[in-house]
Design a protein around this ligand. Structure first.
Ligand SMILES: [Zn+2]
Length: 308
């Protein structure tokens, strides 16, 4: 029996449906797949690795509603909702084990392992391993708001070209290497991997959906028309930084706007306790652009407050 219909599509055929991993404790996954009439690479697009991020799923749905198989070279596969349980819980993390799925790739098959690690293994072994290119679409989730970013990992020139040609609304971004992250582990497995961020605050920004869908379409086209893509490349200096967390909790009142330029030591905002006393002043750890800020203002110790 063919348990993976997307893997054996004939040219000019599309497939969509729910796929149940062999591990029966894992939730079934929605899968969209299409194979063009022309030969080409296999591109995997993923959304909602974090369950409270919505532009990715909507962009993947839109892409497959409009894809023209007569123009498509190769195969495109979409996993609009990678973490279905987290999506239904409106949560960033997997409800059953509280783990961030995007720190568990490539996962393990061991039935004793956490649900997140087993889901990561099912995704990685059944989808990521067969692709040439991975596009992982994120947003700030419920807790953060992001500037639009599209990034690659250091040393991958092909992915950098793809990211810079993706869409002019997104800033070029050198993604910090972090073990367990889907795009980083795909990069380590030899795939051309790009990751994107847009908005957040648990809302769906239609401009983000449109930019993501247009970017994927453009990238699919550029994979067989590489010269055209490089003409329209975004040559701006890339953003490279990291998230800052708060050591103490409190009500965070920001002193900067998203997108502001700061120097190391500049005030990002102040944390207040329930009586209005200052708990801590949060300052920028480095100079740069404020590329993400807390959206949910009540921060707990260890929460992310900004990306500089
Ligand atoms: Zn995310």
């Amino acid at each position: 029996m063919n348990n993976k219909p997307w893997a054996t599509l004939a040219p000019g055929v599309r497939w969509q449906g729910w796929w149940q991993p062999d591990d029966a404790e894992l939730t079934a996954l929605p899968v969209l797949a299409a194979r063009g009439l022309h030969d080409g690479p296999t591109v995997l697009v993923t959304g909602a690795v974090h369950g409270d991020e919505y532009e990715g799923p909507a962009a993947i749905h839109h892409l497959f509603q409009t894809v023209d198989l007569s123009q498509l070279h190769g195969r495109v596969m979409g996993l609009p909702i990678v973490n279905v349980a987290a999506y239904h819980a409106r949560a960033r993390v997997t409800p059953a084990d509280g783990m961030d799925l995007n720190r568990t790739f490539p996962g393990v098959a061991d039935p004793q392992a956490s649900l997140s690690r087993r889901l990561a293994h099912a995704i990685f072994s059944n989808f990521v391993q067969m692709c040439d290119v991975l596009i992982d679409l994120h947003s700030g989730g419920a807790k953060l708001v992001h500037l639009p970013l599209v990034g690659w990992y250091v040393g991958d020139n092909r992915a950098e070209q793809m990211a810079r040609a993706f869409h002019p609304a997104l800033h070029p971004w050198l993604i910090p290497a972090q073990a367990g992250v889907l795009s980083y582990e795909a990069h380590r497995a030899g795939k051309a991997a790009i990751g994107a961020e847009w908005g957040g605050g648990a809302r769906l920004d239609n401009a983000g959906v449109a930019a993501y869908a247009a970017g994927i379409r453009r990238l699919l086209h550029s994979l067989h028309q590489p010269t055209q893509a490089s003409c329209a490349s975004n040559t701006a200096a890339c953003i490279a930084g990291s998230y800052q967390e708060v050591a103490q909790g409190g009500l965070f009142v920001a002193a900067v706007e998203l997108g502001a330029r700061v120097q190391a030591g500049d005030l990002l905002g102040t944390l207040y306790d329930e009586l209005g006393a200052t708990v801590a002043q949060v300052t920028a750890a480095r100079a740069g652009l404020v590329a993400a800020l807390a959206h949910n203002a009540l921060l707990h110790p260890g929460d992310r407050v900004a990306y500089v």
